[in-house]
Design a protein around this ligand. Sequence first.
Ligand code: IPM
Ligand code: MG
Length: 373
Amino acid sequence: MTETYKVLLLPGDGIGPEVMRQVRKVTDWLGRKRGLGFELDEGLLGGAAYDAHGTPLPRETLDQAHAADAVLLGAVGGDRWEDLPFDKKPERGLLGIRKELGLFANLRPALVFEAMASASTLKEDVVSGLDLMIVRELTGGIYFGEPAGIEDQADGTQRGVNTLVYTTPEVDRIARVAFDLARKRDKRVCSVDKANVLQATAMWRDAVTRLGAAEYPDVALSHMYVDNAAMQLVRDPRQFDVMVTTNMFGDILSDAAAMLTGSLGMLPSASLGEPDANGQRPALYEPVHGSAPDIAGQDKANPLAAILSFAMMLRYSFDREAEAALVEHAVSDTLGGGLRTQDIMQAGMAKVSTTVMGEAVIREMDKLHNEGQ
Ligand code: IPM
Ligand code: MG
């Protein structure tokens, strides 16, 4: 029997469309070789949506997202839209869709592929074998807290305000995601906060501690201040298994963690919401890299983060662990074979285009499939 998964593709801006084309090769292949049916829809988000409809998040895109089982996003943003008012900026489209779909849990794995360990800016013996998961709260905290804005003062100066706010239920649900993931990994969670200065995160720390003791006594919980965590990430990243943290700290730490792996171009992410009555979670998957307008349309972008994001979709939305692992294995083998896009180029390797990289992954998937994986 052929299963059908409804996937909404949002190529977005910059290199988004070209990396997304490589993902389509993977979905085609899975249809042909593994009998997985994908019903692919495509929509507009970010600058592309603004150009077409005057808003970075059209109603129609939200309707499409609600109708889909999962969403795959390319990237949003670019210099062209930088001077727009805040509510029209491409980034608003991304923040808006996260909020509208209730995608409170952002999973950002930082995994060093064996073939890539020497590409990190850190020493190979510090990063080789790294396998860390950052769980970032995504719909609360200072990104969404009220009041927020820029006010003109009577004396001609301005006042800019953002508010960091969390409630116990918000902390509990993100901490649960982290604890549950840790149970399937090395059973260690490090919660990152600034509890020595910010009350909202002192409360975060207490809530995580309480939940851990009550529901996850089998998971080892530790706490770290964010400044120390940033330092520890570059000093000895392998000490971490799962890190859980606020929206803004997660934004910052996940870029640092991503770079440990050699390139932002390699890193996928998943953003998940609350499961519905059937256990299905709203979900959006996206590469961590941005829209890279400087190389857009030149067939130079690294499609691996997008392909790996799709693998996360197979795992977390469709429970297709075998196929997720197959795609990841194929990416690893492609790198092992010496192919590199320009962002991860190293001496002695073969520099290839976006298209060639996508095709190479398909070839490796073929090989693995024929070997019985
Ligand atoms: C990310 C990005 C976004 C964020 C921007 C583009 C709104 O940096 O996904 O990490 O800050 O969350
Ligand atoms: Mg970011």
